[in-house]
Design a protein around this ligand. Structure first.
Ligand code: GMT
Length: 376
């Protein structure tokens, strides 16, 4: 099939899922066209079945805000016409579903019925999309998609609760490409570069936005390291970086934290990790938690949103109410303090992550594509 994929090309989970999906579809012989403002950061597979179409936004002094969705919808039309695309699969409703609707109308005038699949990822519904300034247009563009999917049951419930949706919503969970998570052998994973033999390694990966509650990561780590000698790997960049560095300095633990910035090789970084912290205010799914589990890392997270669909209480880790850093630290210490317990949680995490392997999930997207094209 010939599929256009629209996403944010950045380190956020929705762009990661869209990129991994596109690469997987190309490996299966589909023709995939990424349409976005720069090359997706996770795009690491070169093939003559993968194409990238850059959306340029001309700066014009009159405009306070440059019309990205205008440029995007025009580029969609151009790419559909030039490459005879059958489907536009847009990830994250804002503004992608809206731009896709406009492209669909423009193509209809040319006698082309392009099918639009919209995948909702989380903050497009729970934070931004439901805001009164955006809600009307987001609701309209979801209802005018040909197919709507969400990445968790929780997000489906939130979507139906926050919007008046007339469409069926299909739940297709996020996935992991286990080919990128080879059995890491000790010689590849030089823990000694980061921690001494008696230290545990704790990690957190996110774009350090307020919804991630990165200060809670520091508070949880502070309490854990008082009982368990440990280091914290902190991967990602974002608005809360300075705040958490200052908190770590105030608590006297800055020298126990490695700030690694952005990385598109989290699978390699996670091999060092004994515990992953994700204390978010809300997570529609928590892709970072799944990536940690795929690297045999148990998870301490909040119980918000879709996290309970990924992280299993007392099996792959523990879940607590948002802000309960005492309980999250206590549970982290329980996992880390005894080697046998830690190894059991590590193995459980890997087994659970395998439920979300690309092999298990990809067929669901391909069925959606087949059904929507067959409806022509
Ligand atoms: O979590 C982020 O900050 C990025 C955000 C996004 O929109 O890219 O991630 C959302 O989509 C991911 C992929 O489906 C989910 O795993 C995340 O849970 C979700 N983030 C939130 O709901 C806060």
């Amino acid at each position: 099939m010939k599929i256009g994929i629209v996403c944010y090309p950045t380190f956020g989970g929705s762009g990661v899922v869209a990129t991994e999906l596109g690469m997987a579809l190309a490996k299966k012989g589909n023709h995939v066209h990424f349409i976005t403002y720069k090359q997706p950061v996770r795009l690491d597979f070169i093939s003559n079945d993968i194409h990238f179409h850059e959306v340029f936004v001309e700066e014009y002094p009159l405009f306070q805000f440059q019309p990205y969705e205008l440029a995007l919808s025009s580029k969609m039309v151009e790419v559909v016409l030039a490459h005879k695309l059958e489907i536009l699969h847009v990830h994250y409703a804002i503004p992608h579903a809206y731009a896709a609707y406009m492209a669909k109308q423009m193509l209809k005038e040319k006698g082309i019925d392009i099918k639009v699949v919209t995948t909702l990822h989380g903050t497009d519904i729970t934070l931004v999309g439901s805001h009164p300034n955006y809600k009307t247009a987001v609701e309209f563009s979801i209802n005018n998609s040909d197919v709507v999917t969400t990445v968790s049951e929780s997000l489906k419930k939130d979507t139906l609760r926050l919007f008046n949706i007339r469409k069926d919503i299909k739940v297709i969970h996020n996935f992991i490409d286990f080919e990128k998570y080879p059995e890491i052998h000790s010689e590849e994973c030089q823990r000694g570069n980061i921690a001494s033999d008696n230290e545990r390694i704790i990690s957190h990966i996110s774009n350090l936005r307020p919804v991630k509650r990165a200060k809670d990561v520091i508070k949880i780590f502070y309490k854990i390291q008082q009982e368990i000698p440990s280091k914290l790997l902190l991967v990602g960049e974002g608005p809360d970086r300075e705040i958490i560095e200052n908190l770590a300095k105030e608590l006297g633990i800055i020298d126990k934290i490695l700030f690694l910035g952005n990385s598109n090789e989290v699978n390699k970084l996670l091999c060092y990790s004994d515990l992953f912290l994700l204390p978010s205010e809300t997570e529609s799914f928590g892709l970072a938690a799944l990536e940690a589990m795929a690297a045999r890392t148990p998870v301490i997270s909040t119980n918000s949103g879709g996290l309970p669909e990924v992280n299993i209480q007392g099996v792959t880790g523990f879940l607590s109410n948002v802000g309960d850093t005492d309980e999250m630290a206590k549970n982290g210490i329980f996992i880390l303090k005894d080697e046998e317990t830690l190894q059991q949680f590590k193995q459980n995490a890997l087994e659970q992550a395998k439920q979300f392997s690309m092999q298990n999930v990809l067929p669901s997207y391909k069925e959606v594509y087949r059904e929507v094209v067959a409806d022509c």
